[in-house]
Structure formats: structure tokens, C-alpha cells
Design a protein around this ligand. Structure first.
Ligand SMILES: [Zn+2]
Length: 107
């Protein structure tokens, strides 16, 4: 899993249906207003662009992993009843996916 980022704001550009993440409010506002010299979009005029502060972040905790289970080999007795990984072979772990409130004063 890669390192979490420090983006605090999400700017939405309604005219282009595009969004981008920023660490500061000023960067977000600059991104939304940088092309104003070529004309301010109708969407901006109608209040459809916005800057949101990120409130929750995804957290995945491991519930179970493949290494906790037995893998049958030639060494196993014929009636081996050790428990095998009961989930999809493509998965190395089972996780619980949830969202945690960010306390920006502590970050
Ligand atoms: Zn076995």
C-alpha cells in the first residue's frame, strides 16, 4: 500500500467535469481561476465550481491473511484435513474497508 497523501482540498471545475486535489486552499482557488483571462466559464458564474475540504479517509485493516493457512504439498497425508485459504486465490489478505474522520488540527 502506498503512503497516504496530504491533500486537504478538492477543487471541482464544472465546465470541464474535472477535479484536482491540493494541500492548500489557495492552490485550489488558483487552479480554478488560472484560465479566467480567456473567459470565465458559465459554470463558474452559476456557482457550480466548488472547493471541498476532505473529511474522511479510507482505512483498510487486515482481518485475515493467506499465511495463516495451510497449503497442501506432496508431503501431506492423503486424508490431510488442514484448513486451506478459503477465499479467492488472487487475494493475499481479507480486509475491512472503512472511512475515518480526519482531524486536520492534528495532521
Ligand atoms: Zn495438506
Amino acid at each position: 500500500m502506498s503512503k497516504k497523501n496530504n491533500y486537504r482540498y478538492v477543487a471541482y471545475d464544472a465546465a470541464n467535469g474535472d477535479y484536482q486535489e491540493f494541500e492548500t486552499l489557495k492552490e485550489a482557488e488558483d487552479w480554478l481561476t488560472e484560465d479566467d483571462g480567456e473567459g470565465i466559464s458559465n459554470e463558474a458564474c452559476c456557482g457550480q465550481n466548488y472547493i471541498a475540504e476532505i473529511q474522511y479517509r479510507s482505512v483498510v485493516t487486515t482481518v485475515d491473511e493467506r499465511s495463516n493457512y495451510h497449503v497442501h504439498t506432496d508431503e501431506c497425508p492423503e486424508d490431510c484435513d488442514e484448513e486451506e485459504w478459503p477465499y479467492n486465490d488472487d487475494w493475499d489478505f481479507i480486509g475491512k474497508h472503512s472511512y475515518e474522520k480526519i482531524d486536520w488540527d492534528k495532521e
